[in-house]
Design a protein around this ligand. Structure first.
Ligand SMILES: C[S@@+](CC[C@H](N)C(=O)[O-])C[C@H]1O[C@@H](n2cnc3c(N)ncnc32)[C@H](O)[C@@H]1O
Length: 238
């Protein structure tokens, strides 16, 4: 038995760490448990802008491009390090989307239209990114696919497909309305399991933090930001 004392717990630990005769596992175990605790602690909101300062980012399903435009205007975010895409073709973009796409291009962002988030290879070949972001995915259909809600099918196919386009330690980021109804539709944990990911980490999402972000609704979209006040960001890692 060894006993180490100090005026504070950390002094006692540091005395213990200095003691040569302390069994190795004791020295190792204390810092490890501190480390684990730190990793488990999450910040309130996913740090979009901080993360976009590092590595490459692909935005899919951007609709009117207003979210990625807000990102491109953030301090220290390198616009040249990200690509913003819409599912719609160039001809189908409305005036706001077209204007935002032009602004993105003038800031140095690559903009692509007609990009299906479930078929990224068609546009990006074998290219990989540090993160792939899909804000408020929604299909313009209510018909179930193989008995599943079409939004669950969309995100399952998306994250499965996106796996081939993530760098090591890369992540998928998806924001949705935070309500039991939406969780029932998306079934994020099930999607993660089917696509071979860990259960997602969940953060708060507050659209008001992103000036100029005008959420675009799809035809049948009941997820209009105006009619909800709680939103969440899900972060998936393989
Ligand atoms: C509710 S809107 C959100 C648009 C935008 N991300 C936002 O936050 O305002 C849903 C978007 O998902 C897009 N979408 C639906 N299916 C898609 C797919 N397979 N690949 C990429 N985008 C898709 C739609 O075109 C639409 O723009």
């Amino acid at each position: 038995m060894y006993e180490y004392r100090g005026k504070t717990l950390s002094e006692a630990v540091s005395n213990a760490v200095r003691g040569n005769s302390l069994p190795k596992f004791d020295v190792l175990e204390f810092p490890q448990s501190l480390g684990t605790k730190k990793i488990e602690k999450r910040s309130d909101h996913y740090p979009f802008k901080r993360n976009l300062k590092n590595g490459t980012t692909l935005f899919v399903g951007e609709g009117n491009f207003s979210f990625s435009l807000n990102m491109a205007r953030a301090r220290l975010v390198k616009a040249s390090q990200f690509i913003s895409t819409s599912y719609e073709s160039e001809n189908d973009l409305d005036d706001l989307a077209y204007q935002n796409a032009q602004s993105l291009i003038s800031l140095g962002v690559t903009v692509k239209t007609n990009v299906d988030a479930t078929k990224l290879k068609d546009t990006f070949g074998n290219r990989r990114f540090d993160r792939i972001i899909f804000q408020f995915p929604n299909v313009a259909s209510r018909s179930s696919i193989y008995g599943q809600n079409p939004n669950h099918t969309l995100i399952t196919r998306f994250i499965k497909n996106a796996k081939d386009h993530l760098k090591a330690l890369g992540e998928i980021v998806i924001s949705t309305v935070d309500s039991p109804y939406y969780e029932g539709a998306f079934k994020m944990d099930d999607a993660a399991k089917k696509a071979g990911y860990q259960p997602p980490e969940i953060f708060d999402f507050d659209p008001d933090q992103y000036s100029g972000y005008i959420h675009q609704n799809t035809d049948n979209d009941e997820s209009a930001l105006e009619s909800h006040d709680k939103f969440a960001t899900f972060v998936f890692t393989p």
